[in-house]
Design a protein around this ligand. Structure first.
Ligand SMILES: *Cc1c(COP(=O)(O)O)cnc(C)c1O
Length: 432
């Protein structure tokens, strides 16, 4: 399988180069040259198969030409050693829980898969020193750090804004040691992201170090997120859901939603998608007006979705041939402000017994307003509510329990390097 750049100014490349580079030289995002449609037999048999079995079939469609079957089977099995269950919330609404991995957020799937695939390519090429740079406001850093922990030949630098990441999130990437270095930047998340961008553009740095990105721009992190849409569908079949299925995806950089759209293109029988935003609603505005107007992000309770210029928007445009009408036929939007998040967490918990996190709450709220007759809605529950314990406790007036997996991180010793926010600070540190 070849991968092309959404800007079409760089040549097509193979999977190995797309994964090692992350972003194409023309700053476009890599996309698979074809999106294979899976067979009817595959869909008929879906309900009887396990998550790793389903994921292997989907992974083969994209990666099967470039990775031998045994290796791919190993990568899939080693990535997906936790479940992504579909849980009934009310008669017509289900939660697809994606938080049963090591850092309790959906990014574990893509981060672990990418770590193993990149590790395989590095070994094959005899590279010894690849550096992953990642900027985080919380969840990405923890998933990437834990996914890459101990992978030979790879060093991960997590840049995060000092004092702006919750203690629970911070301990998930500052206590690991080994090949993970946490860089505590005296600045904001936007500063961290700008530093990473500058690093990728700095010629001297790139001549002296092999740098790559583990954000959802990387195909190895983005495409595996398609797996769990198939698994969710299989579980609904098993539960005899016969209504049309609508997936509702709490969205920030839109990697998760775009992976769902790819699953759809591969033949997954889903009727439509809803993109749930917090107040950072540039995508909703695009759906309503046909104009894409990125703007600086504002801080919300669903902070992993505080994105003002979603990187995967280019992939969505490309998938639908830049046709606004085709996009609006398949995807609708929703905006959920902080008050609505609070109300939704509370009413969902009190009326159904299901406790969503602030991101999942945006998805649940969108379905409450948007679901049509004969539709069953599935919102992606992207993080465990305990990751946002202070917020959730305040809303429902309880002291929710922290899962033991999180407690283990919280007992570790914080190690981080404090850096100023200028690029020279970072560059000097990386080259030292
Ligand atoms: C990253 C994240 C999102 C947004 O996902 P995108 O793929 O960036 O749209 C939503 N919820 C949580 C908890 C996240 O960590």
């Amino acid at each position: 399988m070849k991968y092309y750049s959404t800007n079409r100014q760089s040549p097509e490349t193979d999977l190995q180069q797309a994964v090692i580079k992350g972003l194409a030289a023309d700053k476009g995002l890599y996309m698979p040259a074809t999106i294979p449609v899976l067979s009817d037999a595959f869909f008929r048999g879906l309900a009887g198969r396990s998550f790793p079995e389903i994921a292997y079939e989907v992974a083969s469609a994209f990666f099967g030409d470039d990775v031998d079957a045994d290796t791919l089977q190993f990568i899939v099995g080693d990535t997906l050693n936790f479940d992504t269950p579909v849980v009934k919330v009310s008669d017509l609404v289900y939660a697809l829980e994606l938080f049963h991995g090591p850092t309790l957020a959906f990014k574990d799937v893509g981060a672990r898969f990418m770590a193993r695939l990149l590790g395989y390519f590095i070994k094959k090429q005899g590279l010894t020193d690849v550096n992953v740079l990642v900027a985080t406001s919380g969840d990405t850093g923890s998933a990437v750090a834990n996914g890459f922990l101990g992978v030979p030949g790879i060093h991960v630098y997590v840049l995060y804004p000092e004092g702006k990441v919750s203690p629970i999130q911070e301990c998930q990437f500052t206590t690991l040691g080994q090949n993970i270095t946490a860089l505590e930047i005296d600045g904001t998340f936007d500063d961290c992201q700008a530093l990473v961008k500058s690093a990728f553009m700095d010629r001297e740095l790139n001549e002296r170090m092999q740098l790559t990105s583990a954000n959802s721009i990387n195909v190895a992190r983005f495409l595996p997120q398609a797996f769990y849409y198939f698994h969710a569908y299989a579980q609904l079949q098993k539960q005899n859901v016969r209504n049309d299925i609508v997936f509702c995806v709490p969205s920030g950089n839109f990697g998760n939603l775009t992976a769902g759209l790819i699953a759809h293109r591969m033949g997954l029988p889903v009727k439509r998608f809803i993109a749930a935003n917090n107040t950072n609603d540039v995508f909703l505005q695009y759906l309503l007006t046909g104009r894409y107007r990125p703007r600086p992000s504002v801080q919300t309770l669903a902070n992993a979705m505080d994105v003002g210029d979603p990187s995967n928007f280019a992939r969505i445009l490309d998938l639908y041939g830049h046709n606004h009408e085709a996009i609006t036929q398949c995807i609708s939007g929703f905006r959920c402000d902080d008050d609505t998040i609070r109300q939704t967490v509370k009413t969902c918990y009190e009326s159904t017994g299901y406790l969503p996190d602030p991101h999942g709450a945006c998805g649940y709220a969108a379905l409450q307003e948007n679901l049509q007759p004969n539709e069953t809605g599935v919102f992606l529950e992207t993080a465990h509510p305990a990751k946002f314990k202070d917020t959730i406790d305040g809303i429902i007036g309880k002291n929710i329990e922290i899962p033991s997996r999180l407690q283990v991180f919280m007992r570790g010793k914080k190690q981080s390097v404090r850096l100023g926010k200028t690029f020279n600070d970072l560059k000097a540190f990386l080259l030292a």
